[in-house]
Every structure is written in structure tokens, then in C-alpha cells.
Design a protein. Structure first.
Length: 302
């Protein structure tokens, strides 16, 4: 209206519309402030995404809390997701399907010891799995051992084949950093793949007094933490890089696992990082469900 009627004062237009000049200016100041705050938030999100390209919005929102507090920015999680969406910063999950487990072999298979188990300490339960990674024109295979309590990757190894000798190197790394606690027994849980059932792998576990547990039905939930870690490493990190050879892949994997262990928060451990929980034996509030305990409130309504 001021543009269409330049001869009429702004004060008079405001009185005709029943608002004050102060309210008129505050309206624009407010949206200018909101725009400035959103720009600050986006800059911080981009800094985090520089290393964690596919970290989910919830985790980024938790990481930003000290920054938001320091800048006196009040923004709820829903509004935060709206800001991410408006700036094309929401992430999409990718699906995978490549089989790395051969359960049809001559070796002894072990029972599942962790059904209904609630893990209370670090190095009480290790979960293991092997996952593939596509690089250039070939595949490499990553053997991982994760501490179920802290979600820390305690052992890993990358190879261009699925031989047992390669998988054992991940176990040897985990054992080299193991500090045993008196009265606490360690369980190693895996699928029934030939690598984990092999004589060499079993002997190494037995030599270190580690109990052996394996999946029984092929249900991914029987080894859910290991499956989840596989997905995090590939979907949030590894799949974004073009890698030429095994040496480059090994170097990148080492860097990514450092980011995962030291910087990436987990809802299952109170949005802390795996190293924080593992090194200090912190008691955390789980913000995610326990995969190993059946839900007692699910009933058949029919």
C-alpha cells in the first residue's frame, strides 16, 4: 500500500489497518532474525556433513544443542527438520542385498547364547559380521567386531576375499585391545558363516576363554547390532567415495571408523559416542529399543 500510495504516510496506513508502526517494523525484524538463525544452523549442519555425509537429522539436532544454546537459538526438532528439508539436506536410506554368509559347511555350529540377554558392561558381548563394499570394478569385504554395550568397533579388517585368515585379523585386533575385568565373561556372537565356525577362528576364541554364540534361524534380528553397524558405515560414509584399489579402501575405512567411534552419537547409548561409553563405562539411557529382548506387550488381537 505504501508503494501504491506514496503520498500517504506509513503511520497513517498503519492506523487504518489497526497496527502500530513498531509492530510493522518488528514483523520484518523477526523474519530477518529467523532467516539469519536458519543460515547459522545450515552452516553448522554443513560442517558436520563434511565428514558425516549421511548422518541423520536427529543426531545432528542433538550435536547442535551446545551451538544453539550458545547462540540463543530456540528451534524444535520438527522445525529443524523443516529447515533441513527446505535446504535439501534430508538424507535417504539405501537398500542393499549381497550375501556374504555361507552356512552350509562341515564345521560345528554353536547355539545362540544371547537370546533375551541384556548387556550391562563393555566387553561383555562382541557381535561380528562381514559386509561387502563395492569399489571401482570389484568388491572388498570388511570384517567387523563391535562391542554390543558401547557400539564401539573394536576390531576390523578389509580384504579382497572371504578367507578365514582375513576375518581372524579383525578378531586379533579386538583381542589386542581387550582389558578383561575380573568376574566378567565375554561372549562372541556371529552368524553361522564358515569363517566363524572354522577351526582356526574357534581355537582363537577358546584360547582367550571367550564363549561362542551364533545365530540359529537366519533372522537379521539375531545379530541386529552387527547388521546396523554395517549399514551405518556404508550408507553414511563409505558409499560416498570413489575408491580405486584395496590400499585406498583400507585407509578410508580406518578414517571412517575413527569418525564413527569418536564423533557419531547413537540413540541406543543416550546420544553419546561409542568411545565415550566404552572408555568410561558410562551407564546410558537407551533411546532406542533393545534388539535382544522380546516385546512382552505385543499380542494377537484375533
Amino acid at each position: 500500500m505504501k508503494h501504491n500510495y506514496p503520498g500517504v504516510s506509513l503511520g497513517k496506513i498503519c492506523r487504518l489497518l489497526g497496527v502500530t508502526r513498531q509492530a510493522y517494523y518488528q514483523h520484518f525484524w523477526y523474519y530477518e532474525q529467523i532467516s539469519f538463525e536458519e543460515e547459522l544452523i545450515i552452516c553448522e549442519v554443513l560442517k558436520i556433513r563434511r565428514d558425516h555425509r549421511h548422518m541423520g537429522g536427529r543426531k545432528i539436532y542433538e550435536l547442535l544443542q551446545p551451538f544453539l544454546l550458545a547462540h540463543q537459538i530456540k528451534i524444535g526438532r520438527d522445525k529443524f527438520f523443516d529447515v533441513l528439508g527446505a535446504n535439501y539436506l534430508l538424507v535417504k536410506r539405501r537398500k542393499k542385498q549381497t550375501i556374504t554368509t555361507n552356512s552350509f559347511h562341515r564345521f560345528k555350529k554353536y547355539p545362540n547364547l544371547i537370546r533375551d540377554m541384556i548387556v550391562k558392561f563393555p566387553d561383555e558381548l562382541w557381535v561380528s559380521d562381514i559386509t561387502y563394499w563395492k569399489i571401482k570394478d570389484s568388491f572388498v569385504y570388511i570384517s567387523l567386531i563391535t562391542d554390543a554395550y558401547s557400539r564401539k568397533i573394536v576390531g576390523y579388517h578389509l580384504a579382497d576375499n572371504l578367507q578365514t585368515c582375513e576375518t581372524i585379523q579383525a578378531l586379533e585386533m579386538a583381542l589386542s585391545n581387550l582389558v578383561t575385568s575380573e568376574g566378567l565373561s565375554l561372549i562372541h556372537h556371529s552368524d553361522r558363516g564358515s569363517q566363524y565356525c572354522s577351526n582356526e577362528y574357534v581355537k582363537l576364541l577358546e584360547a582367550n576363554n571367550i564363549s561362542i554364540s551364533m545365530t540359529e534361524k537366519g533372522d537379521p534380528l539375531e545379530n541386529a547390532i552387527a547388521e546396523r553397524v554395517n549399514g551405518i558405515l556404508k550408507e553414511e560414509y563409505l558409499n560416498d567415495y570413489n575408491v580405486e584399489n584395496t590400499q585406498e579402501a583400507t585407509e578410508l575405512l580406518e578414517a571412517v571408523i575413527k569418525l564413527y567411534n569418536n564423533e557419531r552419537p547413537h540413540m541406543s547409548i543416550g546420544n553419546l559416542t561409542p568411545n565415550q561409553v566404552h572408555q568410561s563405562n558410562l551407564k546410558t539411557e537407551k533411546l532406542w529399543k533393545n534388539y535382544y529382548v522380546k516385546n512382552p506387550i505385543i499380542v494377537n488381537l484375533f
